[in-house]
Write a new protein. Sequence first.
Length: 404
Amino acid sequence: LVTMGIYAPKLRFDPPAQAGLGALLVRSAVRGAGGLDSAELAHGFERLGGSLTPSAVSDWLGFGTSVLVEHLAEAAGLLDAVYAEPTLAEPEVAAERGLLIAEAEQVADDMFRYPFQLAFAAAFGEQGYGLPVSGLPHTLPACSVADVRAWHRHALLAARPVVVAVGDVDPERAAEELAGIFGERNRAVQVLSDRGATGGVEWIAGAGSEPPVRVVGREKAQAALAMAFPGPARRDPDRAAAEVWAAVASGLGGRLFEALRDRRSLAYTVVATAWQKARGGALLTYIATSPEREEEAREQMLAELERFTREPVSEAELAQAVNYLAGQAEVSRQSAGAVAGEILDAWIAGSGLHELEDPAAPFRAVTADDVLRVAAEHLVPERRAEGVVRGTGATRPPVAALAG
């Protein structure tokens, strides 16, 4: 098999009032392109031994597939048609819009995803990374067919895309073959970007006197609290140290798990992670607890994070975290799809393809002092943003819950 895709760096975020426009575009595009309807397009890829997958993430839009190696050129032709000549007919766009609205409504009832959505909105505001890529129930209805078609011209046709192919192919021959098919994309009338090198996104949390907290009530028997602190972006030299911090803090044997769950029985779930994108980054934490212990959970989380700013991690903690991350870097390369994703991320969001030479090297170079410095610089309580889904302490009866 060969895994292949064509992706456009995001030159601009969705308009705030139309969050989800890019996702609606790529999902609608796979419903018909190049004179083929949805069924014919799906059959075309199935006949080649694969399927078509749209991709809408924070830093790019595009389409991918995995097909038999001998069908590389034919699959590339279909991908190019989807990228450049989607039908974007009213019924198909309306259908995808309805699905995205339903999915957005489901997120609002998710005790893990929704607190982070609220925290990002508090951190970045109602724009850019502060809005979910897939949109919101009140922004998606504002995306008309005309808007989707216009966004196709801007977001895809006006950008120089990245074509990635990973598999049992001859690199030079495959590159020549794909250049003959996709080459026209590099001769767009208005090429706005080569690698999506755009300015950063402003972190607005902490600009006022109090950290912003967005709270939503739910009929749940738990409270979920996400904290976001400004952190290194994807191209920041400190990104590896931030990931090592997250590996020390999170996981079953991590500091937060031991302190908040094992010792204090505060948490059902506790997580820490380094969120890194092309235009910004964050250090994130999450804790799910009982509603009556929400404030205690907040205080103890902040206390444990403060420890990272004044106490270096131990040699054992550092070694365990580095070995874990180095191992994950190797394990993640076991599939062509994962390697293709790594290439795409390094080229669009990262500092370049040299990152692929030894992906574990940046982690091995991190010292305890690096982790301490990154924690002290970024884990500033006054600059945090919070998203809270606050349970009432009771759940709805099963029949009522099913009835909506």
